[in-house]
Design a protein around this ligand. Structure first.
Ligand code: FRU
Length: 526
């Protein structure tokens, strides 16, 4: 973690630590008041996402505590209210009734004597097992990692522990449990990011916790006393970096009654296209232990900017809704925004589908997003002969949805503008891959790593044509969904002006047939 800060960061942190270790509560109240007083900016700064969640100002990373309660979706997030770079972590908070429009709330959790508040989850303790609420007012309970920065800097290994806090007013105010931490550190340097869920089979709470190179599962009757019951993963999956932000849930294989469990593990570094990425495992969970026969590494998103994503607890109809942090630790602190830093992906539905006999996790925007996407008539159906191209003028700048279906997806898609920026995506069905090149997409010189290399995405299991292509552009991001979320690429871009043209060019010796090419305006949510 120290690596992430740099020298200036450490200086700031030392001062910050001295500040936090004394009179913490008073400070919390003051800041909370200020946050709740502040009003929304116009959200019109350059690169400001218009339909993705971003904090009003300052630094944000992982989504935390995703939970639905009493008609409200809560989004907590790693937040540092004093700077646009990472620092002493708090939990920021926002709420939504539809997962489309968000309302900012005051900061939910502040650092205290046990440390900064790192990533974690939240549950609704319906049976009041914790005793924090009453039978009629079930508490919301947040479970998070305490990061003791002084301990880390002193070279200790036990500086990450797990704590809990509860709210009896739908997340508006929070009390920390007086006997925190509830799980002490057994001497493992990276020991964090608790994801708690109700374990139906055992009728108790289960917690997923990452411990450096593996996952641990802990059980509890009351959210306060925890017992480790199993481990997974030392010899499974990708280990290019530390394991972070676990999540696990059952999903029915589409079109069948068969249920499999999916485990998400974020790793940093070690993603296939560099830096941070999220792998998944499909397997079984017997109530205590997760097992899998999966051999190959699988990734939820093959772009560079979808990290630390997790899913909602307690959703109506048991939907599995995922939100990721739309950035990458390789350059997250350097992206060219002024007032705030980074955004979340659009919420996506996760599903398990078997294609050509292979089970895969699909992720695709929630249908509610349609509420803010304008109706439009499909405009263009066209055929491109060998090496032929078509230039389509874009009407809605970088705030749009573009969809089409394609027969013979052997083509280049180029987004460009009059300042000379060009974003280059190629589809190559013959060699089974997509490439994404943002070297000339706009501003890239803020970090050497941002545009390093061309992203390569294997398309090993695409079904027969036609294939649906869907792209969401929101000023500084592009989310590309191939075949309804079978392959997904999420990437940030910082063009010098909106892209005004989309050129599609045939890369093959057979005709490429595009159907229903449609550009739709997406309404802003702020
Ligand atoms: C993932 C992560 C988590 C940690 C948090 C700190 O991006 O490193 O493992 O809890 O960020 O902000």
């Amino acid at each position: 973690m120290v690596k992430r800060l740099g020298k200036i960061g450490i200086g700031i942190l030392v001062v910050a630590l001295a500040f936090f270790s004394f009179g913490c509560e008073r400070q919390n109240k003051k800041e909370n008041k200020e946050t709740s007083k502040s009003t929304l900016s116009s959200y019109t700064e350059p690169y400001r996402p218009q339909f993705h969640f971003s904090p009003e100002e300052k630094w944000m990373n992982d989504p935390n505590g995703l939970v639905y309660h009493n008609g409200t979706y809560h989004l907590f997030y790693q937040y540092y209210p004093d700077s646009t770079v990472w620092g002493p972590m708090h939990w920021g908070h926002a709420v939504s009734e539809d997962l489309v429009k968000w309302q900012h709330k005051p900061i939910a959790l502040f650092p205290d004597k046990n440390g900064f508040i790192f990533s974690g989850s939240a549950v609704v303790d319906t049976k009041n097992t914790s005793g924090f609420g009453t039978d009629t007012t079930p508490p919301m309970v947040a479970i998070f990692t305490y990061h003791d920065m002084e301990g880390e800097q002193a070279g200790k290994t036990d500086f990450q522990t797990q704590g809990i806090a509860y709210s009896l007013d739908n997340g508006d105010s929070w009390s920390k449990y007086e006997d925190n931490p509830v799980i002490k550190n057994p001497g493992i340097k990276d020991f964090r990011d608790p994801k708690v869920f109700w374990n139906e089979k055992e009728q108790l709470w289960s917690m997923l916790l990452v411990a450096g190179d593996h996952l641990q599962i802990w059980n509890s009757e009351n959210l306060k006393e925890w017992k480790k019951v199993s481990e997974f993963g030392k010899d499974k999956g990708s280990h290019g970096g530390v394991w972070e932000c676990p999540d696990m849930f059952p999903l029915k294989i589409e079109g069948t009654e068969e249920v499999k469990w999916v485990l998400l593990i974020s790793i940093n570094p070690g993603a296939p296209n560099g830096g941070s990425g999220t792998q998944y495992f499909i397997g079984d969970f017997d109530g205590t232990t997760f097992t899998t026969e999966q051999i190959e590494n699988k990734w939820i998103d093959l772009g560079r900017d979808n990290y630390a994503g997790v899913t909602y607890n307690n959703t109506p109809n048991n939907e599995r809704i995922f939100i990721g942090w739309m950035s990458n630790w390789d350059y997250a602190r350097e992206t060219p925004t002024q007032k705030w830093r980074s955004a979340m992906t659009v919420p996506r539905n996760l599903s398990l589908k078997s294609t050509n006999g292979v089970l895969e996790l699909y992720n695709y925007p929630i249908p509610q997003l349609k509420e803010i996407i304008d109706e439009a008539y499909p405009e263009n159906a066209f055929e491109l002969k060998e090496n032929q191209k078509k230039i389509i003028a874009l009407k809605y700048g970088n705030q749009s949805e573009i969809t089409f279906t394609v027969n013979n997806p052997n083509m280049k898609i180029l987004f460009s503008n009059e300042t000379g920026d060009s974003l280059d995506i190629t589809f190559d069905r013959y060699n089974k891959r997509v490439t994404f090149d943002r070297a000339k997409s706009g501003k890239t010189d803020f970090s050497e790593k941002f545009a390093e290399g061309i992203q390569q995405i294997p398309l090993t299991n695409l079904p027969e044509d036609p294939i649906e292509i869907r792209m969401l552009l929101d000023h500084s991001s592009i989310e590309l969904f191939i075949n309804k979320g079978q392959y997904v690429l999420t990437n940030q871009v910082f063009p010098n002006a909106d892209y005004t043209e989309c050129t599609i060019e045939n890369n093959s010796d057979k005709p490429v047939n595009i159907d229903d090419f449609t550009e739709r305006k997406v309404q802003r949510i702020w």
